[in-house]
Design a protein around this ligand. Structure first.
Ligand code: TMP
Ligand code: ASP
Length: 240
């Protein structure tokens, strides 16, 4: 088993540590929560532990369905062992329903189901507030080639279909989500980062209750309870 060493990177919600193996790193989930490009900050009980557990379930499910990921193993409550990747500095956002920034930007009511899958691309630059960009900007910036973007959209679309199915079994609507992709040392594009209620909008199918980070962003309360609910429902759905 890999030995955890010095911290390589600290983000808003996670820390990354080197190990004695050059191709493996340890990711540690924190209880810190931020929103709106870290203008809103807080912490809530058990967040790190719950996101680690939920992301582990989801990455395991996706790997089983043939999606290449960075995930190797859950180490303990807060930590995972993952393959070291170069994160592609693009956030792949997928929207099945209109919500959040798209509802605001386009003046569309939140909750409208889209007849097509909507893909947004954001440039990962905290100091610029992760701006919305398009494919040409991404190529100009050297973040990816057109061929890589095609591969990235195809992979993201496949992940969306698999996640819609999984959350449907959990009686949850997958409204939208964000993923990050990375390149392994041999140049393969794989799913990286996390998939959790921090990175998805998840609404209960019957009541439309929000079971995700919007409870923190919008001060709706019962945040930990919502994350526990998602964990419990995913466990049940995966056991079916
Ligand atoms: P948005 O409506 O704020 O653009 O967010 C779309 C989806 O992406 C939503 O599920 C939340 C997720 N997201 C992140 O995971 N990280 C981010 O930094 C942002 C802006 C959104
Ligand atoms: N994670 C992002 C931030 O801190 C945005 C968000 O999730 O709303 O600022």
């Amino acid at each position: 088993m890999s030995q955890k060493k010095e911290m390589l990177y600290e983000g808003k919600a996670k820390q990354v540590f080197a190990t004695d193996k050059p191709d493996e790193v340890v990711v540690r989930y924190k209880d810190d929560a931020t929103a709106f490009n870290a203008q809103k900050r807080g912490q809530f009980d058990r967040k790190g532990e719950l996101n680690n557990a939920i992301s582990t379930l989801i990455f395991g499910y996706l790997a089983e369905k043939g999606i290449p990921t960075h995930f190797i193993a859950k180490l303990d409550d807060r930590e995972q062992l993952v393959k070291k990747v170069d994160i592609i500095p693009l956030e792949m956002v997928v929207r099945n329903y209109v919500a959040g920034s798209m509802a605001q930007r386009l003046g569309v009511e939140e909750g409208l189901k889209s007849p097509v899958t909507i893909f947004d691309l954001c440039f990962k630059r905290d100091d610029l507030g992760d701006p919305l960009i398009n494919d040409h900007h991404a190529v100009f910036l050297g973040a990816a080639t057109y061929d890589e973007l095609n591969e990235m959209y195809a992979l993201t679309d496949k992940i969306n279909q698999l996640l819609i199915d999984l959350f449907d079994k959990a009686n949850v609507i997958l409204v939208d989500f964000k993923i990050e992709l990375g390149k392994t040392s041999d140049g393969k594009i794989v799913l990286a980062d996390e998939i959790s209620p921090d990175t998805c909008r998840l609404w209960d199918k019957d009541t439309m209750k929000k079971l995700d980070k919007d409870r923190f962003r919008r001060d709706l309360g019962e945040i930990t309870e919502a994350y526990v609910e998602i964990y419990d429902r995913l466990q049940t759905a995966l056991a079916k």
